[in-house]
Design a protein around this ligand. Structure first.
Ligand code: NAD
Length: 369
């Protein structure tokens, strides 16, 4: 019997990129039995709620999920399904590797870092209200607890230790938000003392953005609170080649949900145009997490070779690269088929490209170049 994995296709480009990811997963030969459930706009139409109980029940039962992006209406409408999932399943650690692949789509080909983001509290705790009847003032409460801060910084140091990373950098704004930022900073400093072999330092969020835009190659594991992590992981995705190639994972006690950094990109929905790589690399992370290291390596290498060859790539990677000319863009499904074709053919004995172990879920240190 294979792995039973919950699959949430999601909204917008979600069904296209999750279908692409399934195609590539099948090419590895690892048996996966997909338990498909619906959340988001499609679930509202069918069952009147964006997060039906069977979604949570399926993830609790299978303990593994692959998720497409889910739309969140802006300003009004239902609350974020993504935030609700993280809170209800206590998926506290969001891990988003930003790896430049084959120098395409990036001005920073040396980028190889991981953003570890606390995913259940902070300004995303959902505690907000109008201050007066005229709606002329509003408040959102920033909830930071010692328990959540301790466990996310511990997660970051453990990840750095397991994957032989160079450094852990905490990002906060403790100079202005002295209580909430200060609490997170204290938790980080006390935890770093327990990991004397792992170099650590701190940056204020504003300075961190400037540093990343100038020299991302100097950073490795970044640990931060919810809102800062959300923003930084998009920034780092941009540095590493764009949202189309940025995977992610959410970990809780005994649960792991894999989802790309990108959203549902509604303007590309149904056009077979979106880049499937982020969702495909989510499968790589999933397989690495369950110990299917060879299959994970095959996917990573097939993605790398497809992007490096630059013959069958989607529009975002067809642009002029760091070293290459523009090419005609291919469809999402064509790029997935090309990656799937390569999966069984790749030479695993050849030196692996940098970043192959940056999965945040138990990568194989032997793979690091
Ligand atoms: P987005 O990530 O969906 O898209 C922003 C832009 O990035 C797109 O217009 C496109 O140019 C590019 N892009 C994104 N994914 C791509 C892909 N796979 N291939 C090629 N280009 C890609 O962000 P948005 O437009 O701000 O958000 C759209 C919706 O997605 C919103 O409702 C938002 O709340 C939701 N969202 C969901 C998640 C999630 O489910 N985890 C994450 C972020 C945003």
């Amino acid at each position: 019997m294979g792995y039973r994995v919950t699959l949430i296709p999601g909204d917008g480009i979600g069904p296209e990129v999750t279908t692409a990811a399934r195609t590539v997963a099948a090419a590895t030969g690892v048996a996966i039995d997909w338990d498909v459930v619906e959340a988001g706009e499609v679930a509202i139409q069918r069952s009147g709620t964006p997060l039906p109980d069977d979604v949570l029940a399926s993830i609790r039962k299978n303990e593994l999920a692959l998720k497409g992006p889910i739309t969140t209406p802006i300003g009004s409408g239902f609350r974020s399904v993504n935030v609700a999932l993280r809170q209800q399943l206590d998926l506290y650690a969001s891990v988003r590797p930003a790896r430049a692949i084959a120098g395409e789509g990036t001005r920073f080909p040396e980028t190889d870092l991981i953003v570890v983001r606390e995913a259940t509290e902070g300004l995303y705790a959902g505690v907000e209200h109008w201050v007066d009847r005229d709606h002329s003032a509003a408040e959102t409460i920033n909830i930071i607890t010692r328990k959540a801060s301790d466990r996310i910084v511990k997660f970051a140091f453990e990840l750095a230790k397991r994957e032989h990373r160079r450094r852990v950098t905490a990002v906060h704004k403790a100079n202005i938000m002295k209580t909430t930022g200060g609490l997170f900073q204290t938790a980080f400093r006390e935890m770093s003392a327990k990991y004397p072999d792992i170099p650590s330092d701190e940056r204020l969020i504003d300075n961190m953005c400037m540093q990343l835009a100038k020299k991302p190659e100097e950073y490795d594991v970044i640990v931060t609170t919810n809102l800062f992590g959300d923003i930084l992981s998009d920034l780092c995705a941009g540095l590493a080649g764009g949202l189309g190639v940025a995977p992610g994972a959410l970990y809780g006690e005994g649960l792991a949900v894999f989802e790309p950094v990108h959203g549902s990109a509604p303007k590309y929905a149904g056009q077979d145009r979106a880049d499937p790589v982020a969702e495909i690399l989510c499968v790589e992370m999933l397989l690495r997490h369950v110990g299917e290291t060879e299959a994970a390596n095959r996917i990573f290498r097939a993605v790398w070779e497809t992007i490096a060859e630059k013959k069958v790539v989607t529009y975002d990677l067809a642009l002029p690269g760091y070293t290459t000319r523009p090419v005609p863009p291919s469809a999402c499904s064509a790029m997935a088929a090309e990656i799937a074709r390569k999966v069984p053919l790749v030479d695993l004995d050849a030196p692996l490209p940098k970043g192959a172990a940056a999965a945040g879920g138990g990568g194989d240190p032997a793979l690091e170049a």
